[in-house]
Ligand binder design. Structure first.
Ligand code: ZN
Ligand code: ZN
Length: 626
């Protein structure tokens, strides 16, 4: 199918509008088309005319004011303040003149929008700016502020960039007569997730991670991978094994869009910045610098869950909840006009957790499903969630009850926020110290309650009871503060990064609490084979450490516990249930993201249950889907 050229398309839009619409320009903004008007009345009330065109064109069209009709900025701020109720907690109002947009950042966006969007419409009619409302995080977050500032400062660049992306998407295509995928990582292993999807027209990358621990990259040397010919990169969620090498693409010469959800963007930036910092402290060089992270952020296009968006001439993307971490997504690709669908689960949790709804099955078809298998072996059955939560609470209460410190090493953006919600609800009365990136990640979490479970949204947004604002939570901001808590001998719970005791504050805490039997270390997540966490978990009593440059031995006398069932990954039962719940049985199930034995075992189980082709390819194996 060959689409009409941009010039023809834009002419059609112009001629479908009344001359009084006074169109100053029409541009792409990614997959959307934006019309700028010089007519105030048309800007305020032209929505109906636009709706008619949309019906005919099947495109998403947005109406914005030409800068010449926008109200003077200072006056506009006064006008907006007059319309917005004081309880909405407006933190900031700023303008993006290139887009004709005014951004209102508030603690309670719902009150700024008004019933049925009434207040926003009024702001639009009075100021002739297109209003956009952002939620101010309940815990102030440096990273959220920095990223929003980048978006703001780079708005001129972004306008031009998004127009180019849109022109490519609308450039038309001849025929999609083949589709192939190549595993560039996470095949029969956990880490460096990366899939290349190719059609005659398009090249899209799904995830772009590193292998934590030794920083191995995806197989960028694969003959079919050419970074300069990539059309789009999609990041499913912000774990380093899924996003850690994305900034590197921009160093290698990629300058196209990266698609993800808003919380993924923020957490990804946080993790990649931290990764650079950790390596610098160790005296080694990172694969990329903050410069490439910024280049990536300038080109990031965020999508809400459920919105269908063209990303190349023949591929349409939808992100849906995957239940794994904040903003984590299933990636659904619709290829050609009704030709083929791929579902890439990335990491998925098909169970209700403290924070999230189970992974979505809300799409019509998926001929090929690429699914994870972290716990894909037949024996990988985890205890029930309620049982696991009760065990965690019990372990913490017992330790605190005998006057000890309960240390929970955790990933900043995986279990930490889950743990906070569970412990906050448990009636625990001691302090819960958050150390390392946990605090920053929690700050990001408070900016996006819309990505949490319905129950938690109700609790936070309607009842105004936010577990992340509990007075029990305390931030550890420096080594001095950490040592003060340790010296005070205060019984408490500590959640600290990293989750596998691979450096970071959790190691410092561990070195200081290990020798006293009153304390405990509680593992709640995956411990990789070579990690210090795995050694401690296995019960090794004497651990060689380095303190102030001296080699010493640490005796582990504290209680060592592992709580199973709190993982953000599905166990084998949940994986199979998920496949069964899909509206149509897939033709092919591709298994990745698991140790080799688990991938192969899961491929057998899935084949038996689903009665379709299942395959656990090795890295670099290409599969032709169509
Ligand atoms: Zn993950
Ligand atoms: Zn993963």
């Amino acid at each position: 199918m060959v689409e009409e050229t941009t010039a023809v398309l834009f002419d059609r839009i112009k001629s479908a509008l009344p001359p009084a619409a006074s169109i100053s320009s029409i541009m792409y903004e990614g997959s959307e088309i934006v019309i700028y008007t010089k007519n105030k009345e048309f800007f305020a009330d032209g929505t109906d005319d636009i709706k008619k065109i949309v019906q005919n064109l099947k495109k998403r069209i947005i109406l914005r004011p030409d800068p010449s009709i926008c109200m003077d900025m200072e006056k506009a701020i006064e006008t907006i303040k007059g319309y917005v109720p004081a309880e909405s907690g407006v933190k900031d109002i700023y303008f993006e003149p290139h887009f004709g947009k005014v951004v209102i950042e508030a603690e309670k966006p719902g009150l700024v929008i008004g019933k049925g969007g009434e207040t926003l419409r009024e702001i639009k009619r009075k100021t002739f700016w297109a209003p956009q409302v952002n939620r101010a995080p309940a815990i102030p977050s440096d990273i959220v502020r920095t990223l929003r500032a980048i978006e703001h400062e780079e708005s001129e660049f972004r306008k031009d960039f998004l127009n180019k992306v849109g022109a490519r998407i609308h450039s038309g295509w001849k025929e999609t007569d083949w589709i192939r995928i190549t595993g560039l990582g996470a095949c029969r292993e956990v880490g460096r997730s990366c899939w290349l999807v190719q059609t005659p027209e398009s090249r899209v990358l799904l995830d772009c991670g590193i292998k934590p621990g030794n920083n191995e990259l995806p197989y960028f040397t694969a003959p079919e991978f050419d970074v300069r010919r990539l059309d789009a990169v999609i990041i499913a969620h912000a774990h380093m094994d899924h996003c850690g090498s994305a900034p590197l693409l921009y160093k290698m010469g990629y300058d196209g869009p990266l698609y993800c959800t808003l919380p993924t963007r923020d957490q990804m930036a946080l993790l990649c910045m931290d990764y650079i910092e950790v390596l610098q402290k160790e005296g080694s060089n990172a694969l990329y610098s903050t410069k490439e992270i910024k280049e990536m952020l300038k080109r990031t296009i965020t999508l809400p869950w459920g919105e269908v968006s063209d990303i190349t001439p023949d591929i349409r993307l939808t992100l849906l909840n995957s239940g794994h971490i904040l903003g984590s997504s299933l990636v659904h690709l619709h290829i050609g006009e009704g030709l083929y669908n791929i579902l890439y689960t990335s990491d998925l949790k098909f169970d209700r957790t403290a924070l999230y709804e189970p992974a979505s099955t809300d799409f019509q078809r998926a001929e090929t499903v690429i699914i994870e298998s972290t716990y894909g072996a037949s024996e990988d059955i985890q205890p029930r969630r309620t049982e696991a939560e009760a065990n965690l609470v019990e372990a913490c209460k017992k330790t605190v009850g005998r006057g000890g410190v309960a240390l929970i090493p955790s990933f900043a953006v995986e279990r930490s926020q889950d743990l906070i919600v569970i412990l906050e609800r448990s009636g625990l009365t001691c302090h819960i110290y958050l150390d390392g990136m946990v605090w920053d990640a929690t700050g990001i979490t408070t900016a996006y309650p819309e990505f949490m479970s319905k129950e938690l949204q109700r609790q936070i947004l309607q009842k105004g009871s936010n577990p992340f604002l509990s007075p029990l939570l305390k931030r550890i901001g420096s080594h001095k503060e950490r040592m003060q808590v340790l010296e005070s001998k205060e019984p408490c719970v500590v959640i600290a990064t990293s989750g596998m005791l691979l450096g970071g504050p959790s190691v410092t805490w561990f070195q200081n609490i290990a020798e006293n039997e009153k304390n405990s270390i509680i593992f709640v997540g995956y411990q990789s084979e070579s990690s210090l966490g795995r050694k401690v978990q296995k019960g090794i009593k004497e651990i060689p450490i380095e303190s102030n440059g001296k080699k010493m031995s640490l005796t582990v006398n504290c209680e060592v516990q592992t709580i199973h069932g709190l993982s953000g990954h599905s166990d084998i039962k949940q994986l199979i249930n998920y496949l069964r719940r899909l509206k149509h049985t897939p033709e092919k199930i591709v298994i990745n993201h698991g140790e080799a034995s688990k991938c192969l075992d899961f491929a057998k189980t899935a084949h038996r249950v689903m009665k379709c082709e299942t395959i656990a390819p090795r890295a670099l194996e290409a599969l032709r889907l169509k």
